[in-house]
Design a protein around this ligand. Sequence first.
Ligand SMILES: *[C@@H]1O[C@H](CO)[C@@H](O)[C@H](O)[C@H]1NC(C)=O
Ligand SMILES: *[C@@H]1O[C@H](CO)[C@@H](O)[C@H](O)[C@H]1NC(C)=O
Ligand SMILES: *[C@@H]1O[C@H](CO)[C@@H](O)[C@H](O)[C@H]1NC(C)=O
Length: 438
Amino acid sequence: MLHVPARIVLMYIFISVPCLDTSGVDKAMRMDAVFPPVIQPSDSGLPVGHLLPLGHQREPEGPVKEYTQPLTPTELWEQHAKSPYVPLVYRQAIAKAPAVTNWQSDKYIREKYGDLDVLVEKKHEDRGARPQRMPLGEFLDNYEAEDWYVVSLLPDPMRAEMQVPRSLLCGTFKKNILESNLWLSAGGTKSLLHYDADHNLHCLISGRKDFIMIDDKYDDLLDMADKKQFSGSSFSHLDMDRIDLLTNPQVSEVPWTWATLLPGDCIFIPAGYFHQVRSYGRSVAATIMWSPLDYFDDSDCATTDIDRYTALSDVRLQWTYKKGDKFIDMGYMNVEVMRNGLLEAMKRNNSTKLTKEIFGYYYEFAVVDEEEDKELEEEHLEMIDRMFGILDKNKTGYITRQGLQSLDIEVLKDAARLLDETHGPVRENDEDQTHDEL
Ligand SMILES: *[C@@H]1O[C@H](CO)[C@@H](O)[C@H](O)[C@H]1NC(C)=O
Ligand SMILES: *[C@@H]1O[C@H](CO)[C@@H](O)[C@H](O)[C@H]1NC(C)=O
Ligand SMILES: *[C@@H]1O[C@H](CO)[C@@H](O)[C@H](O)[C@H]1NC(C)=O
């Protein structure tokens, strides 16, 4: 059995899974819903909040800490994004983004972005179902009638209208932004209580969203599903509309905080932090996800003007979608973390070359679940072969340190794609097949 050094554990492959939703359509337009709820005393002898929605079982600790001006990246790191993580709300952090004005209108979005593909789910969640892929225009023509929900990579052209709050504009955060997602529905969505693998700045553009936030240290009390392999995310089996306190009395012991977002506001949802979300009214949100690393290098912060308005199209994301792309790559790993992990593995081995064997060590540390069945061994060996085959572009059987450092990020992404199925359908080759890799 291999000893797992602490720093390797931190390289664990984390994949974020947007964890939706079911809905109460009748409430979709109820913009005035009372939140946090008024706790009703029990007159029946049953526990307070029994068979009521989450949040009715005890008073909240208070609102999530709020700021009217986003923190600097270093402040965000020191006060909220260094373990233990603490969520926060930024009021009007993206108020200057054109999206906050323009995306109030379906017509505007349809005319400008209708030809871009998005992944679409049913508002009523079916965990077995794969999302559909369709042009945004087709979605907008049908989403109210069909109860559809866009949960997709924010297409590249739309990034130009979205603002990046200053908190992410320098240091380790900026270098490790993974992806941005678009969330669009007619409202009335309701997520499960869940957590994701990455830090997330969730910014509201249209409608209203209510958040219940719970520290992950209470996971034993929340009937969580087993984590999926490779995944840093999970969800609770609890029925968010009917908390059964006879079978789950411990829910009454869980402290929670709350936030309501209106257009222009953002909430920082730390990696691993439990949250439950309800939307009211036509709902448009854009999220920015980045990796929760255990260090913060601020060396570029002194020379970066974080107070200059910066559009999301002006920062680099690892996973993106533009028209014509075959894949809509949601929820993949941070490939720079993989690159660093491989460099570390070479260092540990005192080797100047990354061989398949060393890659295998890294893979075993970073990917293989210790408790999982031995039966998967064959699959892992095959995966190691295939991934190393992609990285070893020169087909020499090794990669030098320098070769790895300068390896194109697209090659790393090709390797990472093997680790997980694509989130949605791949574009069909309806046109010229030679443009497949566009
Ligand atoms: C490095 O890895 C190779 C396998 O590729 C192994 O044979 C060798 O013993 C390792 N060396 C060190 C110093 O760990
Ligand atoms: C790697 O080299 C260093 C210094 O040369 C040495 O102290 C260490 O034991 C070596 N590690 C392995 C695994 O051989
Ligand atoms: C491939 O070979 C070139 C030329 O020798 C070298 O510069 C590059 O780093 C190598 N790439 C990899 C991934 O090994």
